[in-house]
Design a protein around this ligand. Structure first.
Ligand code: ASP
Length: 325
């Protein structure tokens, strides 16, 4: 036992991903049922907590959708009533988006911890089992309460808001972008270095998935913004350059989008840092704010999109949504 002698009750919710896959000659890496059986056979888990396992889905995470993510959130919020914490296994590709959506919409204060694997079931140097045991340790730990949704990978603890998959293949792929991790798992010990200061919640009964994301590139034209207007998007996130600047040719298109009722959020494609109303030239962030675009702080595009989906689900009026920026 670790921090005290009372075993915690933890629910492991499996959604799929490499952690639930194995390599098959001729087919490549594909979903398998091995994970359920192997979870039950780890004696280490039994020492840490009383475990129940629920298979929510068995999909690769590129098959995840906003609707499924929201269903998962509802499932976790209800199920956790009977548990001390929940661990969710997920594919690494879109884990940061699902974890962040749950971070925003869950009402529970109990630990909810995502984990995954960079290597599939029959690879040498498997990381999945170790990550699951680490996640269960974190979900059972009292210091994990009220820290928002957490992500455990490679013996490190991250917040859902900070974490990104930063490498396609390395075991240490998951990092807290621009920050040190929240803590570590050192053998049986869970050690938190810091607390998360972000406590943003959007308690909503539905989400609005009609939100597009566009990334700025040098010399781009306005065709993607026009496509969002034509498709009657409700929200549009633009990953701009630096502190929130764009080629001037996009300004009239953004103005048209805002006039058409689309909520436009500017974030940065730069690796870390906030967008700010600093540059006043044509296309600079001041000129975008002047026409009604909103600045999305230090979130990168995929998470800014998740946040806008939740806000537009909760508040129908764009004027109310604007108050959150
Ligand atoms: N493509 C896989 C997925 O996200 C990768 C993984 O799980 O690591 O489902």
């Amino acid at each position: 036992m670790t921090h005290n002698d009372i075993k915690k009750k933890i629910l492991i919710v499996m959604t799929g991903g490499t952690i639930a896959m194995r390599y098959d000659v001729g087919e490549g890496v594909v979903p398998s049922d091995d994970l359920v059986n192997s979870i039950r056979s780890f004696p280490q888990l039994d020492e840490v907590a009383e475990i129940n396992v629920h298979e929510f889905s068995n999909i690769p995470s590129p098959h995840m959708t906003p609707e499924r993510m929201f269903e998962l959130a509802k499932f976790v919020d209800i199920s956790i009533i009977d548990y001390d914490g929940v661990v969710i296994t997920h594919g690494t590709d879109t884990l940061e988006e699902t974890a962040y959506l749950l971070d925003l919409v869950l009402t529970t204060r109990k630990p909810v911890v995502f984990t995954a694997a960079m290597r599939s079931g029959n690879e040498v140097g498997l990381d999945g089992p170790r990550n699951i045991i680490g996640a269960v340790r974190v979900a059972s730990h009292p210091d994990s309460l009220d820290n928002g949704v957490l992500v455990v990978m490679n013996d490190e603890i991250h917040t859902a808001r900070d974490v990104v998959k930063a490498d396609t293949g390395m075991l240490n792929s998951f990092i807290s972008q621009g920050n040190m991790s929240l803590g570590i798992i050192d053998n049986a010990d869970v050690i938190f270095h810091r607390k998360s200061m972000h406590k943003e919640k959007i308690w909503t009964e539905k989400i609005d998935k009609n939100v597009d994301l566009i990334k700025a590139t040098v010399g781009m034209d306005d065709r993607y913004i026009q496509a969002s207007i034509d498709k009657k998007a409700h929200g549009l996130v633009i990953e701009a350059f630096g502190k929130g600047n764009l080629p001037p040719v996009l300004v009239p298109a953004i103005k048209r989008a805002i006039e058409a009722g689309i909520v436009v959020i500017i974030v940065s494609r730069t690796y870390t840092g906030r967008v700010l109303p600093e540059y006043g030239y044509d296309g600079g962030s001041i000129s975008l704010v002047d026409i009604g675009a909103l600045l999305g702080s230090d979130l990168r595009g995929p998470k800014a999109r998740i946040k806008l989906m939740c806000l537009l689900g909760r508040y129908e009026s764009a004027d109310l949504v604007k108050k959150f920026y």
